[in-house]
Design a protein around this ligand. Structure first.
Ligand SMILES: C[S@@+](CC[C@H](N)C(=O)[O-])C[C@H]1O[C@@H](n2cnc3c(N)ncnc32)[C@H](O)[C@@H]1O
Length: 333
């Protein structure tokens, strides 16, 4: 699927990406996997207009931008049908007299009387008004019952695994196997191995796996340090490492990380990728361990290289997605 959108502005601190596209692109945008929600942008201006600290100014802004708002409304109506495919005709909205609620958050019975809403996001730099195109966030997946990691991040981890048909992908601390669900859904014809030492987590992983009927997913109850897998048997290794908060302490992680690096180096095939999600507090320790492994390795043919370390913010938690590759020493530049 090709999207002809042109990115016009990236606001990295707020995680917003602004782009221009044609309404024909909308159906394909619905398939974006690393996007939480899509909005029609009505306004994106510097916040200095709020210096009066009088929030009735919001109303003024809306009336000044009536045309933009009307355009957005037309766009919203045009694509409302995308969401209402499953709604019986008798329950479909009459689109000739639409009202929008302007909200921080409206819930309960009151919310049901408005078909859509306008989101207003004001920070020190920008004031952004947007209307969500789809009622449900794109990040809500029909094929995942138990979520152990944001689906958008899980998809991105599968993406950086560089999967090809026939590949074997392992998540040795899979939890509910969110990453493997995204991989199995988007990359058919791969074999997923979901391992965890906790039977309860594996049960959730099994229930998730049942939602993608054609997926090939094997479950293993095992400690990550003792995986019953042969050397060079997996093409991709993904792992959402405990950040040293809920599932383990930082001290425990410092013991386990060197063992995980050894394991991944052992089970990965040459040119295989490992994608590790790690808390900011442990990222340097992890990369140092990769260097340590290379320097003590007896293997003269391959080495483990960090290809990318991408910064992420998960709520209030700062994290990194580290992409490692097992490279052939002879082809290193
Ligand atoms: C951060 S959670 C992973 C969440 C996962 N990404 C998901 O989608 O649910 C970490 C997982 O590591 C598992 N774990 C912790 N220590 C382990 C070990 N030594 N061996 C295998 N699994 C382990 C925990 O049981 C937990 O399910």
């Amino acid at each position: 699927m090709v999207i002809t959108a042109e990115i016009i502005k990236l606001e990295l601190c707020d995680g917003k990406v602004f782009w221009q596209c044609s309404s024909n692109d909308l159906q394909s945008m619905k398939s974006l996997r690393s996007v939480e929600r899509l909005f029609i942008c009505v306004l994106n201006e510097p916040t200095k207009i709020f210096s009066r600290r009088d929030y009735r100014i919001l109303q003024e802004i809306l009336s000044k931008n009536k045309e933009k708002l009307q355009d957005a409304e037309k766009f919203w109506k045009l694509h409302h049908n995308l969401e209402s495919e499953e709604i019986p005709p008798s329950k479909k909205l009459k689109l000739d007299n639409i009202t929008f609620r302007v909200s921080c958050k409206v819930s309960g019975k009151l919310a049901k009387s408005y078909p859509s809403q306008i989101y207003v996001h004001i920070n020190d730099e920008r004031t952004v008004f947007g209307i969500p195109i789809f009622k449900k966030p794109l990040s809500q997946r029909k094929y995942i019952k138990h979520i152990g990691l944001r689906s958008t991040i899980a998809w991105a981890m599968a993406h950086y695994s560089n999967l090809k048909p026939g590949d074997v992908i392992l998540d040795p601390m899979c939890g509910c196997a969110t990453i493997l669900m995204e991989a199995a859904h988007a990359w058919p014809n791969i074999h997923c191995i979901a391992a965890d030492k906790n039977q309860l987590q594996l049960k959730k992983a099994q229930e998730n796996a049942a939602l993608i009927p054609n997926a090939k997913i094997s479950l293993i109850c095992s400690d990550v340090c003792d995986l019953p897998l042969k050397p060079s048997s997996v093409n991709a290794f993904v792992c959402d490492l405990p950040f040293g908060q809920n599932h383990s302490t930082v001290a425990e992680m410092k013991i386990i990380i060197p063992k995980i690096i050894e394991t991944l180096n052992r089970v990965l095939t040459l040119n295989g990728n490992a994608v590790l999600l790690i808390g900011q507090n442990l990222k340097d320790f992890l990369l140092k361990e990769v260097e340590n492994l290379n320097s003590r390795s007896q293997d003269s043919t391959s080495s483990l290289e960090c290809v990318e370390a991408l910064y992420l913010k998960l709520g209030e938690t700062h994290a990194y997605m580290c992409v490692l590759r097992k490279e052939n020493k002879a082809t290193e530049t």
